[in-house]
Design a protein around this ligand. Structure first.
Ligand code: SF4
Ligand code: SF4
Length: 227
């Protein structure tokens, strides 16, 4: 069996809901350039837990968010070691980690969304969230960067929000501008990440240590298709 199919099957077996492949060389920082292929995994979130979110996150959602992140880190770690055993380099990008020494203080070492969109698995909504083709925004993403060659899709989809503004009008921080995402656009055109983060820290510190909200995930109609 071809390696990418074998790995894809393993990633699903380990808990991924879907898998995709892309070549992200042009998007990588200099220190990661050698790992030009990205393997994206997505884990579907619990509809029951998301539906309990009203005007604030729930304690259960916060636990779910962290548990899914742990699962993603476990899956990408296993994938990383699986690739390494074949004699190639691989790096599991942390599921949820912000790095304060990059230009954007609210970003990680590499954005999972970039690889997921390039893999043709979904698109970026007005909320700035990754909207998966299967489960809307009700997913969390992981990425393995590697130098083993995989068939890259690199088919970037345009946003399918249309005239919907559910996330814009329901965001309590008024952080979502309502602009449509375009390839290469600055995140600040879509969402004020500082306003979102500051609001969560101020209002939801007692629930999710100020790191989760979930309202823009809950209200998005693209996440309702499979309930
Ligand atoms: S997470 Fe909450 S505060 Fe942040 S953009 Fe979404 S709805 Fe607004
Ligand atoms: S809530 Fe509507 S506008 Fe916001 S991301 Fe979802 S489809 Fe797009």
């Amino acid at each position: 069996m071809e390696f990418h199919k074998e790995l894809g099957n393993k990633l699903i077996e380990w808990g991924a809901s879907f898998v995709g492949f892309s070549n992200v060389e042009k998007k990588l920082p200099e220190n990661l350039k050698k790992l030009k292929y990205a393997i994206t995994i997505g884990v579907r979130l619990s509809d029951f837990i998301i539906e309990q979110i009203e005007d604030k996150p729930t304690y259960t959602y916060f636990h779910h968010y962290r548990t899914v992140n742990t699962l993603i880190d476990q899956i990408t770690l296993k994938g990383q070691l699986f690739i390494q055993d074949r004699g190639y380099k691989a790096l599991g990008v942390p599921a949820s980690q912000t790095v304060n020494d990059v230009e954007d203080a609210y970003s990680g070492i590499f954005p999972h969304k970039t690889a997921a969109v390039m893999a043709g698995l979904g698109w970026i909504g007005k909320s700035g969230l990754f909207i998966s083709n299967q489960y809307g925004p009700r997913v969390r993403l992981g990425t393995i960067l590697t130098d083993i060659s995989v068939p890259a899709v690199n088919n970037i989809q345009k946003p399918l929000c249309g005239s919907c503004k559910e996330c814009v009008v329901n965001c309590p921080a008024m952080a979502i501008t309502g602009a449509l995402w375009e390839e290469g656009c600055e995140r600040s055109l879509i969402i004020d990440a500082k306003a979102c983060s500051d609001y969560m820290k101020e209002k939801f510190k007692h629930i999710g240590r100020g790191s989760v909200c979930g309202i823009c995930i809950k209200v998005c109609p693209k996440g309702l298709n499979y309930i």
